[in-house]
Design a protein around this ligand. Structure first.
Ligand code: F6R
Length: 369
């Protein structure tokens, strides 16, 4: 059942091209229009949405943060991401024109369920992105978009995360299509780029030997930092979460632009820092800004572990290690950038002799508040 792998987690990391492919499959009707699975929200109501609030916990919330950047760019609808347990008790502002999107692998997370019920009671439209057919959260929601990652057994989420991001992209492109005009034209182009992602993840999975080696030499490491910007920022936080869960190592993810506002004080000789570098084509010159960040921390002694696109030579002079990912559209890059970080944590956990599939103190589904 582990498909020849030592752990479920490793199998699930290698399932990721299929998780993305299957989540995209069958999403378009005969006219090429995207469709949701189960909808009790009319097209008119969806067209009327003036605000989206994403509620989720943990890894699913990081998928939501990635989605915020993409959905706002493609639809120009304001998107807020709230941790479900915070949303429920903060007197949230929602109306009939708010779409509350919950993201949950299990569909049973109590915090997320309570947030959905609360939103529904306040009159919002609720949409569930979920990996488990017939689970409680999709049953309690007005519309469902299932992720087709297949059962996820390892406690630490990997393939469900990629499938959640993919489903969010599908939702964003669907809403862009409903807006029509240039929004719909652009959505069509992005959909074509999205269809190419499974093959790119597959290719990446064949080139991760060096990450494994780096991890094996870091079994005694006490702290690792992760930096990212734009969609790379939630990836930095997800990378840090994986390391905490799997290897019990202190880890923190930061927005790279935040460095000079405090965290740079943490950098001293030998401090390992992963940097998720946006592709050179990312708008607003973000690539150059992150390269400067790498330079700044390297000058203070950090050991820089750089995740950068193939062909990005600008990072080389400041990198102790360069981990290459295939080129992709900037907003879709999270589907690639997280993969080496998952493999890093898996390998480090294994090197420490820990239980990869069942880390201490954790349960797969958190059904209490
Ligand atoms: C991290 C992890 C958790 C879950 C979170 C939400 O690896 O697995 O952070 O992502 O507990 O769970 P679901 O998606 O089932 O609602």
């Amino acid at each position: 059942e582990k498909g020849g792998f030592d752990t479920f987690m490793e199998k699930e990391i290698f399932d990721q091209p299929d998780a993305v492919r299957d989540t995209l499959l069958g999403r378009t009707d005969s006219e090429g229009r995207l469709a949701l699975d189960e909808i009790r929200i009319s097209e008119d109501e969806l067209k009327n949405i003036d605000r989206i609030t994403i509620v989720a916990c943990g890894t699913a919330a990081y998928a939501g943060m990635v989605a915020k950047y993409a959905l706002e760019h493609w639809t120009r609808i304001p998107v807020e991401v709230a941790l479900a347990h915070e949303f429920r008790y903060c007197d949230p502002i929602v109306s009939e024109r708010t779409l509350v999107v919950s993201i949950s692998q299990s569909g049973e997370t109590m915090d997320t369920l309570m947030a959905v019920k609360h939103a529904r009671d306040l009159g919002a439209n609720t949409l569930s992105i979920c990996n488990t057919h017939g689970a409680t959260i999709p049953r309690e929601s007005d519309a469902v978009l299932y992720t087709h990652a297949g059962p996820e057994i390892a406690v630490a989420s990997t393939k469900a995360f990629l499938a959640q991001i993919t489903a969010c992209y599908v939702l964003g492109l669907y809403l862009a299509q409903l807006r029509g005009g240039t929004y719909a034209d652009d959505a069509k182009k992005v959909m074509a780029e999205l269809q190419e992602m499974p093959a790119k993840i597959d290719e990446l999975l064949g080139h991760l030997d060096r990450v494994r080696e780096i991890a094996r030499f870091m079994a005694d490491t006490r702290s690792v930092l992760f930096l990212g910007r734009n969609v790379g920022y939630p990836i930095a936080m997800e990378g840090a979460l994986k390391l905490k869960e799997l290897a019990y190592i202190h880890a923190e993810g930061f927005a790279a632009g935040e460095l000079k506002h405090g965290p740079i004080a943490l950098i001293d000789a030998g401090q390992p820092v992963f940097i998720v570098v946006p592709g050179p084509d990312t708008p607003h010159g973000l690539h150059g800004k992150v390269v400067s960040n790498i330079q700044e921390i390297r000058a203070r002694g950090a050991r820089t572990l750089v995740i950068a696109e193939e062909g990005d030579e600008a990072v080389v002079p400041f990198a102790d290690e360069v981990i290459r990912i295939p080129k992709s559209a900037p907003l879709l890059a999270p589907l690639l950038a997280i993969v080496p970080l998952q493999v890093f944590s898996l390998e480090l956990s294994t090197a420490k002799g820990l239980d990869v599939d069942q880390p201490r103190n954790l349960a797969k589904s958190v059904t209490v508040e």
